[in-house]
Design a protein around this ligand. Structure first.
Ligand code: MF3
Ligand code: CO
Length: 260
């Protein structure tokens, strides 16, 4: 069942998404060599609480953090830990905020200091593929059109698409119908309609598409341990086209010319 949102509900989605965007802006200030991922988690928790939100990942299915921390070969769902960021790492920070009963979901993969060309190009392509996918998100098109656009864009550039993890509908719950895969055929899947709210989140690997779930039951990494990148926006379909409810602007304000 796909819950189409009313204009009033979309207004609440906007507020939750604005808060998660500013949370990522706070995180951006701390992504630097020598900082632990626990510190990043603590910064996010405090910022979300101070602004009246709830860190929706915390305790979700037993997840131990407010922020999923995805360093280098970690694809998704890494725990915050005492790992200290090092020059040359990339780290995806994936955060969900609930505000006034609605959720905003967003992820950004940051460079830690100077990174090599392999990681830079992976991040760039993944972020571009998110924009390419969002372009397909229009009333009357299908979810498979988004999926196919992301897959085609990334595979043409030699990257591979993780199969097991998907984007998703979002609203009162973090995960709602429909699933939004990053691979598939054009013209397939649910029809996109006004009022739909979805999180689009390409998870793209430099090497093979294969993943492994670690023994903690959560941490998802590439099988070949090559890097993976992940960017995510929450969008609503309004007046026939995608309105991007989350924003990377607070991150860009902090990183200035250092963003990817
Ligand atoms: N954006 C992630 C997702 O859509 C957030 C996961 S939160 C967690 O799956 F609690 F499951 F870690
Ligand atoms: Co998500």
């Amino acid at each position: 069942m796909i819950y189409l949102k009313t204009p009033e509900e979309i207004e609440k989605m906007r507020a939750a998404c604005t808060l998660v965007s500013h949370t990522l802006g706070e995180i951006a200030k701390w992504v630097t060599p020598g900082v632990t991922t626990n510190k990043i988690d603590a910064v996010a928790r405090e910022f979300i609480a101070d602004n009246g939100g709830r860190a929706a990942c915390l305790g979700y299915g037993g997840f131990p953090g407010a922020v999923c921390c995805e360093v280098n070969e970690i694809v998704v769902h890494g725990f915050p830990s005492n790992y200290t960021l090092r020059e040359g790492d990339i780290i995806g920070t994936d955060v969900v905020v609930e505000l006034d009963g609605f959720n905003g979901d967003m992820c950004y993969t940051f460079p830690v200091g100077e990174i090599d060309d392999e990681k830079y190009n992976l991040c760039r392509t993944t972020k571009e593929s998110l924009a390419i996918g969002i372009e397909q998100c229009r009333e009357g098109k299908r979810i498979g059109d988004i999926a196919n656009a992301i897959q085609t864009y990334c595979e043409r550039r030699g990257y591979s698409v993780v199969r097991e993890m998907c984007g998703h509908g979002i609203g009162k719950k973090m995960h709602e119908s429909p699933e939004v895969p990053n691979f598939g055929r054009r013209g397939t899947g649910p029809i996109i309609r006004n009022g739909m709210c979805i999180a689009i989140e390409p998870m793209i690997n430099a090497g093979s598409k294969n993943i492994v779930i670690e023994r903690d039951g959560w941490t998802c990494r590439t099988r070949d341990r090559k890097p993976s990148a992940h960017y995510e926006h929450t969008v609503a379909v309004v007046d026939g086209k995608a309105e991007i409810l989350t924003s990377f602007e607070p991150i860009y304000q902090v990183l200035q010319e250092r963003f990817i």
